[in-house]
Every structure is written in structure tokens, then in C-alpha cells.
Design a protein around this ligand. Structure first.
Ligand SMILES: [Zn+2]
Length: 210
């Protein structure tokens, strides 16, 4: 039976890594609406042309078009056993529409306390010489301000990795996700995993649900 998975996780929760694990465990392809839209537009399919019209005029692509694209995607041979939805649904209306075209067997949410996310994202810095990534608390350079790999002393921090921006992104994430979590919980499809532990342990918790 073609049963699909929905994965939620706030920015900085390691969702990309865990999505990769789910794909390798289940063999279900990862379907992101952004990638799907870009593919349909560049392939010039009927829905792609329609979607492009909205995007070119700066409008959001309506749910009917997105749902149409997903329906098309689900007919492809690699999707016969279902897919892993990434970044979809974003609203209860989308979840409802999705329930008519795909069987979602489980919704997995990676949960990490906001304070931990802020700590993880805000402490990051990158070497301007070789691109090595460090973290104030979890992975600092051996000598402060000097890259372990290339000896460069030019460390860069991303402007959007500051606390205010991260907290805004988290607020948006919670506002979007909590009605969806409630909707799926009501249907007994919702499972939360503890994302505030090592990547391998998060992966094990998720694997136990699959
Ligand atoms: Zn370096």
C-alpha cells in the first residue's frame, strides 16, 4: 500500500539529515514542493505553465495547482510506495486536500526547545578561508579565531543567524505547525520525536516509528 510520510522540524533541528535517513530506510523519495514546482516549470507541463504564471506575477501558487503537481508526482514509478513530504502541507486546508489524493500513514515532528535552536544557530561561524564550520559552544576552534584547518583568522557569522531573526523564524514555524499538529493528532497520525539529542539518537527514534 502506498503510504506517505510527512516530516516537520523547525529550522536548525537537523530535518535535512533525518529526511535523508528516512529516504534510505524506506526507499520512499523525498518530495519537496519547491523542487516539484521548479521541475514542472522547466519541463513546461500544463500545471508548470500555470504555476509559472502565478510566480511571474509575484503571486502565491494556489493550493489546487500544488495539489495537482503532487498528484502527478505520485503517479511516477518511484512513488508507488508513497513518498516523504518535505515542507508540505503548510496549512490545514492543504492537509485536507492532501488526504484526498495520498494516504499519509505518519506525521513525524522533530521537536527541539526554542532556546536550544537559538543556541545551535546563533553560535555558528565559518572560516572565510576554507569554509570550515565552527560553533562557539559545541565545536570551537582550538585557538580562538584561528581556523584549525587552514590557519585563516577571518571568521564570518551570517547576519540572519542572530537571535532576533531566529526567534522570528521559530515563531512563524510554530504558528504554522501547531494547527497542523492538532489536525493530524486528531486523526492519530502524529508522532513527536526528541530532537534535543545526538543526531544518531534522533535517527533511531525516527527509525523505530517507521
Ligand atoms: Zn579555514
Amino acid at each position: 500500500m502506498a503510504s506517505s510520510i510527512v516530516l516537520f522540524g523547525p529550522p536548525g533541528a537537523g530535518k535535512g539529515t533525518q529526511a535523508g535517513n528516512i529516504v534510505s530506510i524506506t526507499g520512499k523519495p523525498q518530495v519537496s514542493t519547491g523542487d516539484m514546482l521548479r521541475a514542472a516549470v522547466s519541463a513546461g507541463t500544463e500545471l508548470g505553465v500555470e504555476a509559472k504564471g502565478y510566480m511571474d506575477s509575484g503571486q502565491l501558487v494556489p493550493d489546487e495547482v500544488i495539489i495537482g503537481l503532487i498528484e502527478e508526482r505520485l503517479t511516477q514509478s518511484d512513488a508507488v510506495n508513497g513518498v516523504l513530504f518535505d515542507g508540505f502541507p503548510r496549512t490545514v486546508a492543504q492537509a485536507e486536500a492532501l488526504s484526498h489524493i495520498a494516504e499519509v500513514s505518519i506525521v513525524i515532528a522533530i521537536e527541539v526547545p526554542d532556546a536550544r535552536i537559538v543556541e545551535r544557530i546563533c553560535g555558528r561561524y565559518t572560516c572565510g578561508g576554507c569554509g570550515a564550520v565552527y560553533h562557539d559552544t559545541f565545536n570551537p576552534t582550538t585557538n580562538p579565531g584561528v581556523c584549525d584547518h587552514c590557519g585563516h583568522t577571518d571568521m564570518k557569522r551570517r547576519a540572519d543567524d542572530n537571535e532576533g531573526t531566529v526567534r522570528n523564524r521559530l515563531e512563524a514555524y510554530h504558528a504554522q505547525t501547531s494547527p497542523l499538529a492538532a489536525w493530524y493528532r486528531k486523526r492519530d497520525l502524529f508522532s513527536a520525536v526528541n530532537g534535543d539529542q545526538g543526531i544518531d539518537l534522533v535517527g533511531e527514534e525516527i527509525a523505530a516509528l517507521l
